[in-house]
Design a binder for this molecule. Structure first.
Ligand code: NAD
Length: 317
C-alpha cells in the first residue's frame, strides 16, 4: 500500500515541489496530503499537481500555529494514519536586531519552532503506538551555523535541531525515524519575502554603521550567494525523496556540498575562535574576493545552462 505523507506549507516553494514530486512518483509509492495554511492560496499547487489532484494528492487546511487546525486535519485522515510527516512550513527574517520587533521574533519562533513541536505532539504518539513512522524536518544549514544578520532565524533552526537531536533516541526505541534536511540557499518566495521586508524596514532604529553594513554589504552578498549557490525547490524535493525512501534514513542530510565545510570550523575548535575569525574575515576582509568568486560560479553556471540548452536543441540528451 502507498505510504501516507503529510507535508506542511505546500502553497509554494519546497513544500509545493515535494508534494508534487511524491504525488507523481512513477511507482505510486505515496499518497500525499499537501497541507496549506490558507486553502484559497493553493492555486499554484493545484496547477502543479495537475491530474495527481484527487488521485495521489489531496489538499487540506493546516496552520502550524493553530493546534486546533492540526488536530482537525489529522482527525480527517482515516485512522489518523500518517506514515511520513514532513514539517516544512517556515518563515525567514533578516536584518539588524534593533529593526525587528519582539512580537515579530516571537511570531517567527511560533512558526519555525513551536510549529514543529505542535505537529510532533500530535503525530508522534500514533507513530509510537504503531511502532512505525518517519518525521522529516526541513531545517537549514543555519540550524548548524549562525550567519550574520540572520540571528533570530538561525536561533529558530538551532531550536529545531536541538529538539530533534534530543528526541531521535527515544523515537528510535519505537522504530520511528527522524531526519533533518539542511538546505543552503534555495530560490523560493522565501528569499523574495525577506528582501521585501528588508526594503520596508526602518533603519533609523539602528546606528548608521550597522545599517550600512546590512544594506550595502550583506544584501548585495546575499543576492550573489543565492544567484550562484542557490538550489531550486525541485532539487530539495529530490534530496528529500531520497531521505524518505531510504531503508535506514539518515538523521542529518545536507543538500548543498558547498556548505558542508562551514560547520566543521566550529567542531574543529571548541573555543569558537576559528569560526568567528573565519566569518569575520569573510564578511569584512575578503568581501571583494568573495563577490568575485560568487560571480565566477554564477557565470560558469549560466554557461553550462546555455551549453545544455544548445545540446537539447540539437537533439542530444
Ligand atoms: P516559501 O516561503 O516558499 O514556503 C514556506 C511555506 O510555509 C509557505 O507556503 C507559507 O505559506 C507556509 N507557512 C508559513 N507559515 C505557516 C503556518 N503558520 N502554517 C502553515 N504554513 C505556513 O519558502 P521555502 O523556501 O519553500 O521554505 C520552506 C522551508 O525551507 C522553511 O522551513 C525554510 O526555513 C526552509 N529553508 C529555506 C531556505 C531558502 O533559502 N529558501 C533555505 C533553507 C531552509
Amino acid at each position: 500500500a502507498p505510504r501516507t505523507v503529510l507535508i506542511t506549507g505546500c502553497s509554494s516553494g519546497i513544500g509545493l515541489a515535494l508534494a508534487v514530486r511524491l504525488a507523481r512518483d512513477k511507482q505510486r509509492r505515496f499518497r500525499v496530503i499537501a497541507t496549506v495554511r490558507n486553502v484559497s492560496r493553493s492555486g499554484a499547487l493545484v496547477a502543479a499537481a495537475g491530474s495527481a489532484l484527487g488521485r495521489t494528492l489531496e489538499i487540506k487546511q493546516l496552520d502550524v500555529c493553530d493546534e486546533g487546525s492540526i488536530r482537525a486535519c489529522l482527525d480527517s485522515i482515516p485512522g489518523r494514519h500518517v506514515d511520513v510527516l514532513v514539517s516544512n512550513a517556515g518563515v525567514g527574517m533578516i536584518g539588524p536586531l534593533e529593526c525587528q520587533s519582539l512580537a515579530a521574533m516571537q511570531g517567527l519562533m511560533d512558526t519555525n519552532f513551536f510549529g514543529l513541536v505542535r505537529l510532533v505532539k500530535e503525530v508522534l504518539p500514533d507513530m509510537k503506538r504503531r511502532r512505525s513512522g518517519h518525521i522529516v524536518v526541513i531545517s537549514s544549514v543555519m540550524g548548524l551555523q549562525g550567519i550574520v544578520f540572520n540571528d533570530v532565524y538561525a536561533a529558530s533552526k538551532f531550536a529545531v535541531e536541538g529538539f530533534c537531536e534530543s528526541l531521535v533516541v527515544q523515537a528510535l526505541r519505537f522504530n520511528v525515524a527522524i531526519s533533518l534536511v539542511e538546505p543552503g540557499p534555495v530560490t523560493t518566495e522565501f528569499e523574495a519575502k525577506v528582501y521585501e521586508e528588508a526594503e520596508r524596514a526602518d533603519y533609523s532604529q539602528t546606528d548608521p554603521e550597522t545599517a550600512e553594513i546590512f544594506t550595502k554589504l550583506y544584501l548585495r552578498n546575499s543576492k550573489d550567494v543565492f544567484a550562484s549557490l542557490g538550489q531550486s525547490p525541485e532539487d530539495i524535493a529530490e534530496h528529500t525523496l531520497r531521505v524518505i525512501e531510504a531503508a535506514r534514513p539518515p538523521f542529518r542530510h545536507q543538500t548543498n556540498a558547498a556548505y558542508t565545510p562551514m560547520a566543521a570550523l566550529k567542531h574543529a575548535d571548541p573555543s569558537g575562535a576559528l569560526m568567528t575569525d573565519a566569518f569575520y574575515k569573510l564578511v569584512f576582509k575578503y568581501d571583494a574576493v568573495l563577490r568575485l568568486g560568487l560571480r565566477a560560479i554564477r557565470l560558469l553556471r549560466w554557461k553550462a545552462q546555455k551549453v545544455q540548452a544548445g545540446a537539447r536543441l540539437l537533439g542530444f540528451k
